[in-house]
Design a protein around this ligand. Sequence first.
Ligand code: PAF
Length: 272
Amino acid sequence: MQSLATAWRAAGLSVGLVPTMGSLHEGHLSLVRKSARENDRTVVSIFVNPIQFGANEDFDRYPRDLARDLDLCGQAGVDAVFSPAAAEMYPEGFCSRVELRVLTESLCGTKRPHHFCGVCTVVMKLFHAALPDRAYFGQKDAQQLAVVKRMARDFNMRVAVVGAPTVREADGLAMSSRNAYLNAAERAAAPRVFEALSSAAALYRQGVSDADQIKRHVDERLSGVPLLRVDYIEIVDAETMRPLESVTGPALCAVAVYIGETRLIDNIALEV
Ligand code: PAF
């Protein structure tokens, strides 16, 4: 991958990278299309990264379908797919980690203690492999986007980290590979998450800026939903991911919920 990217760069071609864990959906493909518009070459990485999953999480059952993913990449005009084996990424003796503070001390960072360390470590490796000018991440994983942006800045990396809007199903459910876990009853409950977030954004537009009040509003909308259990509801600064007491600048309302056994995250910008 590095030789190919080096050759492209030597020929004056710009490179876009879309890092994924496969099981591609329209959200990933929107990133691919954006990269293809903005770069001469687009690479998609497909790697289910073991070190970003906790011991009791879904690494083993995470959906994998490389043949289908390669097909979709082919149709989308991707120039290269980088799909390394775990032993290639983490050979015997691998002992380095990339760890960011502050931005990882809220939301999923506190609920999934080693998650962002695993994400940053693999993303740094992917950046070194594909040598991208730009790398594309979805806004659905808002904390991941903020963390990777900060990592690139803190380590003086020459890559521009680009965010793109969450792609949603017609009923508002944010696209995610984990939606495949939902049974029919769970799938029917899932759109209530975006309904609650939209209602929070509307409340903010009506002039409510107190974070507790907005969180209570979301909680009331989610608490009666069958099969759904709230993991967190938080109002955070859009850049630092620090929890806010009151919204005075760019902010997000972010939630994580369990629907049945499936943990889903989503967020909405609070803006006038
Ligand atoms: O968002 C994901 O799919 C993963 O966290 C990423 C960025 C590909 C790193 O493994």
